[in-house]
Design a protein around this ligand. Structure first.
Ligand code: VGL
Ligand code: ZN
Length: 209
């Protein structure tokens, strides 16, 4: 079973959103093409889904500026602008994303005391979301991961997939992903490769099918 995992392709991470990634919306047509022509048996979309008082928001820490390091529950935490608040337009999937082809939505980031970059578990590696069990139960053996942002949620989702789903081939689809900083993207790609995650392009996957 071959599965495509779309990470956080939401309004908030696209131009105009509260935590906009440069060219974030450019992943939408590529993701749609992968869903239509990639030969996947299953498609999962993750959704960053924060309460309004989430502890990763700079607004919850008096004096903290967005995009600086702070602390959450005693651990280092990037201070983000308020983003993807539950029930707001910012948390919606991008309006052009072909959600009709998505089999399962995995929400994350609901616990205000810990951030959850990965679609599989919280950053403290304590609570899991249930996605690993969901994929295991369906016999997934190939997992292709892409979306937003490469240097945060895509990276940690791919690394967790490698660790939590032994034996599953995990690939990162670079041109169906965008990151917050170029350095962060370079680091993420190096870390993913070192962990045994192949870096591929959408065209390779469509041609190979
Ligand atoms: C993300 C920062 C905070 C992401 C989510 O989707 O990459 N980044 N929340
Ligand atoms: Zn978030």
């Amino acid at each position: 079973m071959k599965c495509l995992l779309l990470i956080d392709i939401q309004v908030g991470f696209c131009p105009g959103g509260n935590l906009a990634v440069t060219e974030g919306d450019a992943v939408v047509p590529v993701a749609n093409r992968l869903m239509a022509e990639g030969g996947y048996d299953l498609v999962v979309a993750s959704q960053d889904w924060h309460p309004a008082d989430h502890g990763s928001f700079a607004s919850q820490h008096p004096g903290a500026a967005p995009f600086t390091m702070g602390e959450l529950n005693g651990k280092p935490q990037m201070m983000w602008p308020d983003h993807c608040v539950q029930g707001t337009h910012d948390a919606d999937f991008h309006p052009d994303l072909a959600m009709g082809a998505v089999d399962h939505v995995q929400r994350k980031g609901m616990n205000r005391l810990v951030d959850s970059y990965s679609a599989f578990r919280d950053n403290d590696r304590d609570a899991v979301t249930g996605l690993a069990d969901w994929l295991r139960a369906r016999g997934v053996s190939i997992l292709d991961i892409c979306g937003l942002a490469t240097d945060y949620c895509v990276r940690f989702s791919a690394l967790d997939a490698r660790e939590m789903l032994p034996g599953v081939t995990v690939r990162f689809v670079a041109d169906a992903s965008r990151g917050i900083t170029p350095e962060g993207v370079a680091d993420a790609e190096a870390e993913m490769r070192a962990a045994g995650i192949a870096v591929v392009q959408a065209a390779d996957l469509i041609a190979a099918d």
